[in-house]
Design a protein around this ligand. Sequence first.
Ligand code: PLP
Length: 289
Amino acid sequence: MGRVAYVNGRFARHAEAAVHIEDRGYQFSDGIYEVWAVFDGKLVDSAGHFARLKRSLDELRIAQPMSEAALRIVLAQMVRKNRVRDGMLYLQVTRGVAPRDHPFPVPAPAPAVVITAKSVDHAAAEARAAVGAAVITVPENRWGRCDIKTVGLLPNVLAKQAAREAGAVEAWFVDDLGLVTEGASSNAWIVDQSGALRTRDIQANILRGVTRSRLLALAAELGLPLEERPFTPDEAKLAKEAFITGAGTLVLPIVRIDDSKVGDGIPGPMAKRLRRLYIDHARREADVQ
Ligand SMILES: Cc1ncc(COP(=O)(O)O)c(C=O)c1O
């Protein structure tokens, strides 16, 4: 069997896996998702992702579709069935299938669960990280609950497309105060002029990145200067270094913001060190929480 997806309790061939046309995720974006990096066949920072999954569901009052223990078994099966050594697991839970009507359906349908797995070529990712990437800045236009990892991602889609058309990999949202919130699918960081690591605080309207939290903890262990404090695009352009974090990008050096080179226009020593640190952690600690 080739690539396999999980849909509502069944494994299906990826190419044929499908959900109902009245799935509320499809009609209203009434659902959430979670993404785990997989290293050596095991989940990275799994506890943080499970905790955020539960929180996203609770915030939207969608029932937990299964226990964490059961979900761990299904995720492990997906890793095995798809022969993933290094890769990504994507889980989506929607409020389920019901005749189209905005309020929550009564009685509540069973939440709909979809899981996909894919392999990632870490050597290629490493080569990209060695060169560094570009970001653009775009006005923040998302809703006020970016702390929920909802599948409603249209502003993120449009921002990413603008980035792609500008030859960049990511778009950083800039809020009404002129401060960077985060990327369309990653958290934003700089190494400021004083050498401190800076990333937006989680009181702001951002997703609480699991990679972000882990990297803060790893950097704190090393005694690196850290500040959960916002920065402007201009501060970022004048920063010593910049980078992004996420389960997909891990730690990716940013060498250009809009039309400005960051530092010397090559990945900086801190971003490279933190990428190594996070990947070492991922290989060592995968599924050990
Ligand atoms: C908007 C946004 N911010 C931040 C992140 C990074 O979160 P994590 O490190 O948990 O993958 C993501 C990941 O998808 C995201 O979509």
